[in-house]
Write a protein that binds this ligand. Structure first.
Ligand code: PMV
Length: 322
């Protein structure tokens, strides 16, 4: 009745931004991501702790009401498939700042459903786990798999599949942390505001299948330049559509923008590197391993960068020994 799972955040190269159904958290667009290694969420679930209701400890302290509510609704989705599951004590720890644009909800829900599944008899299949975690965080099913992963719109729902193993194209990621403050507008609220008020929303949604096709092709042929072009375009369009909302959403700091220019300058000088930025102020530079020292050193010098985190591509969510 007790299990522990680990999962890693993932970073979208072709971004998900916008929901076609808020109730079921159905994304309006597909997405393609890479799963990281170094950053980790470790989640322990204990159904034998005698808790009276589901309880969540996050990074050593009782979780906020909002976070606890999201975790309970995830557990309730599992209970719909497995009635009779008792209340659970959940202890989760991130090795990185929560809710600051490092995709903690993705690794959080991927680790949670994987840990709970380890105590179910019989366990749920991975497509069920993906569906449950997607309803809680649209990016989290991508963390169930390692390497390059696509979350595609599929029938009335979504389907998540690995597209390339990490060993086939071992890119590296250099994260420039520019702020540790949790973002003011979370991604769900930001997406809804964008859908309701941004004049560019429809063209963002209709352009997504083309970006997905370009990225799929670039990954299949390990074409770094092509992946750089489509990833930066998808990132900038996501931020553009969000900035055009009313009131406009600006997730960047001045340092984020300066890092973006440094990455572009490095690429113009011949270094294989491109950037992406999620709904937060951190810049993620994706590069060939041969360029990662230079990329890390360059970003570390940008005034306002408070930490550099380096990662490779990681594995999907998995159960670990306690
Ligand atoms: O999964 P959510 O609800 O945290 O949304 C993630 C949105 C982005 O990180 C900005 C883009 C993405 O595809 O991961």
């Amino acid at each position: 009745m007790k299990a522990t799972a680990v999962a890693h955040p993932n970073i979208a190269l072709v971004k998900y931004w916008g929901k076609s159904d808020v109730e079921t958290n159905l994304p309006a667009v597909g997405s393609i991501s890479i799963t990281l290694d170094t950053l980790t969420t470790t989640t322990m679930v204990d159904f034998s702790a005698g808790s009276e209701r589901d309880e969540l400890i996050l990074d050593g302290a009782p979780a906020s009401e909002e976070r606890s509510r999201r975790v309970r609704s995830c557990l309730d989705l599992i209970r719909r498939r497995r009635p009779g599951l008792p209340p659970v004590f959940v202890e989760s720890e991130n090795s990185f700042p929560t809710a600051a644009g490092l995709a903690s909800s993705a690794s959080g829900f991927a680790a949670l459903v994987t840990a709970v599944n380890a105590v179910l008899d019989p366990p749920l299949g991975i497509d069920d786990l993906a569906e449950i975690s997607r309803r809680c965080s649209g990016s989290s099913p991508r963390s169930l798999y390692g390497g390059f992963v696509e979350l595609a719109l599929h029938g009335e729902g979504t389907r998540v599949r690995p597209v390339l193993d990490r060993s086939e194209w071992p890119l590296e990621i250099v994260i420039a942390v520019t702020s540790r403050t949790a973002k003011k507008v979370g991604s769900s609220d930001g997406m809804e505001l964008t859908r309701k008020t941004s004049p560019f929303y429809e063209s963002w949604v209709s352009g997504s299948p083309y970006d997905l096709a370009l990225a799929r092709g670039a990954i299949a042929s390990r074409d770094f330049e092509a992946l750089a072009a489509v990833s930066e375009a998808s990132c900038l369009r996501m931020h553009a559509v969000a900035m055009a909302a009313q009131p406009g959403l600006v997730y960047w700091t001045g340092t984020t923008v300066e890092c973006l220019h440094r990455v572009r300058a490095l690429r113009e000088e011949g270094a294989p590197v491109f950037f992406t930025i999620d709904a937060g102020p951190q810049l993620k530079a994706i590069c060939d391993p041969a360029a990662s020292e230079l990329v890390a050193a360059t970003l570390a010098e940008v005034p306002g960068v408070i930490e550099i985190v380096r990662c490779g591509l990681g594995d999907g969510a998995r159960v670990v020994e306690d």
